[in-house]
Design a protein around this ligand. Structure first.
Ligand SMILES: Cc1cc2nc3c(=O)[nH]c(=O)nc-3n(C[C@H](O)[C@H](O)[C@H](O)COP(=O)(O)OP(=O)(O)OC[C@H]3O[C@@H](n4cnc5c(N)ncnc54)[C@H](O)[C@@H]3O)c2cc1C
Length: 479
């Protein structure tokens, strides 16, 4: 059976797909069949080849139990790895609770979301909050698979965001917070500094840079003391669905994908979209209603870059300049920029991207606080990271790939920019090594739980582990 991901950029045929109901079934399979390679698939919403395998694919859809409990005065939830976030937050909501952090959509499973450091805006990524991971692995480099509960130390920091490399996560314990209301208000501004200044009063905000108009719309968001949704919140919800979830996407598909008209795309951003941005004033609603959207309605592909706050202005300047250049505008590249491009072998690409691509989706910015993990995108010593989303709805995607590769490699070299593990991924192990100072520690924890590399695939081996890891290459070849 051929498996395809959400973005339709990953297709593969595993040797077999298992849907276990219990941890015992997984352990029995691993110990009796001794498969050479195993990967877990969740909701397949990642664009990177994380789920790809020619060998055994495990789907934990049936392991989705949810148990809310109290410990030392704290509300916690024990949740089966295969539980989708939307089901989990529905159950939590009935108990007056919710998750401490939410991404834009809720289709992902809990294990899939934490495994790539899924995040929203104004908080840490979901991985950061994980208190306990129940993991099936070959712990202490044993030949026999077994279940362990990881609750602290480097093992927990690795298991919180592990790209499926540590073993099979069967359960996760997360803290829950009381359900809360969020007030949202749309405002526009012309500069990045002005957009960032709004964060003081709206710490959960995300903001968008509109291509071709080159100004910002902020989705200002703050936790509200109100206990009831605003009177016109249901109207806002319908408006949001019709305009944002559907309307704007149809406009983008029509102009960029079907008509392939660069003029229409520019018109959409310069004239049409700004007209529809809500001017209703502030609206208050339940947190999950405000913080999430139906972004999965139309298939697309995304690359998401992460830079620290100190580098954000420079990064935005670079992205704006390159997108204008790609759209055919005259742009001046400084000597410093040109020498950096020469250093990383991208000088030729500059000529190739000129007038090659018209960007057609708002560029979304979100603030993510430092995670206590080893390799999630906002892990490390810096206090705040900003994610920058570049999305395409056009196929074929080669020109988009060429453009974002150019953008990302430059930002990685000049600013240590990182890329979301679950989105379109273009780094090799050398670049990944430079970005993540704790990668060696992560590899050591993986080695401890999976000495044979059974839980790896070619992708993670290429970008996370050393390419000269001949032991894995041999396993990969034989499987
Ligand atoms: C429309 C859309 C919107 C998105 N919005 C956001 C967003 O707002 N913020 C954000 O950060 N990301 C976002 N993402 C990315 C998405 O959250 C991540 O790619 C996430 O990992 C997908 O979860 P999944 O359940 O589909 O996992 P999959 O893509 O199926 O798997 C992801 C990884 O998790 C591993 N895995 C899954 N289950 C287990 C398990 N039980 N044990 C071990 N390993 C496991 C898999 O092997 C794989 O390595 C979005 C993606 C899409 C398509």
């Amino acid at each position: 059976m051929v498996v395809e991901n959400f973005g339709r950029n990953i297709r593969f045929e595993p040797a077999n797909i298992l849907s276990p109901k219990t941890s015992e079934q997984i352990i029995e399979y691993l110990n009796e069949q001794r498969p050479r390679q195993v990967r877990v698939i969740a909701s397949s919403h990642s664009w990177s080849p994380l789920i790809e395998t020619k060998s055994t694919l495990i789907d934990l859809e049936q392991m989705n139990e949810v148990n809310i409990f109290e410990e030392a005065g704290e509300s916690l939830v024990r949740v089966g790895a295969g539980c989708q976030i939307k089901r989990l937050i529905d159950i939590l909501n009935k108990a007056g609770l919710t998750l401490p952090s939410l991404g834009l959509i809720t289709e992902q499973t809990i294990a899939g979301a934490i495994s790539t450091g899924t995040h929203g805006s104004g908080k840490n990524s979901l991985s950061h909050y994980v208190k306990e991971v129940s993991l099936i692995s070959y712990q202490n480099q044993s030949d026999t698979a077994s279940l362990s509960r990881i609750t602290q130390g480097p093992d927990l920091e690795a298991a919180r965001c592990s790209l499926g490399c540590l073993g099979i996560i069967v359960e996760v314990v997360l803290p829950c917070i009381p359900q809360y209301m969020v007030t949202e208000k749309w405002t526009s501004c012309t500069t990045l500094s002005a957009a960032l200044a709004r964060e003081k009063d709206s710490p959960l905000q995300q903001f968008f840079l509109l291509p071709h108009r080159w100004s910002y719309f902020c989705q200002e968001r703050t936790v509200s003391k109100r206990t009831k949704r605003s009177l016109f919140a249901p109207i806002y919800q319908i408006y949001w669905f019709l305009f944002f979830d559907v309307g704007i996407h149809l406009g983008i598909l029509f102009s960029a994908r079907w008509m392939k008209s660069r003029k229409m795309v520019r018109f959409l951003y310069r004239r049409l979209i700004p007209l529809f941005v809500p001017r209703l004033g502030a609206v208050t609603d339940r947190s999950d209603r405000i913080l999430t959207m139906e972004h999965e309605m139309f298939r697309h592909l995304e690359l998401e870059l992460f830079v620290i706050r100190e580098h954000l202005h420079e990064a935005v300047e670079w992205i704006t300049k390159v997108l204008k250049f790609a759209d055919g505008e005259e742009v001046h590249f400084s000597d410093t920029e040109r020498s950096m491009l020469r250093k990383i072998g991208l000088e030729q690409s500059l000529t190739e991207i000129k007038n090659s691509y018209t960007h057609h989706y708002p560029i979304c910015f979100r603030r993510i606080l430092a995670d206590e993990t080893m390799i999630s995108m906002s892990s490390g010593d810096h206090k705040e990271w900003y994610s920058i989303s570049l999305i395409t709805y056009v196929e074929p995607r080669e020109r988009f790939f060429q453009l974002v590769t150019f953008l990302a490699k430059y930002l990685a070299e000049s600013q240590g920019a990182r890329i979301h593990w679950g989105k379109w991924f273009l780094f090799d192990s050398e670049q990944t090594d430079k970005c993540y100072p704790r990668l060696n520690e992560f590899r050591d924890v993986c080695q401890k739980h999976d000495g044979q590399g059974v839980f790896r695939n070619t992708f993670v081996n290429n970008v996370v582990f050393s390419q000269s890891d001949n032991q894995f290459k041999e396993l990969d070849r034989r499987s």
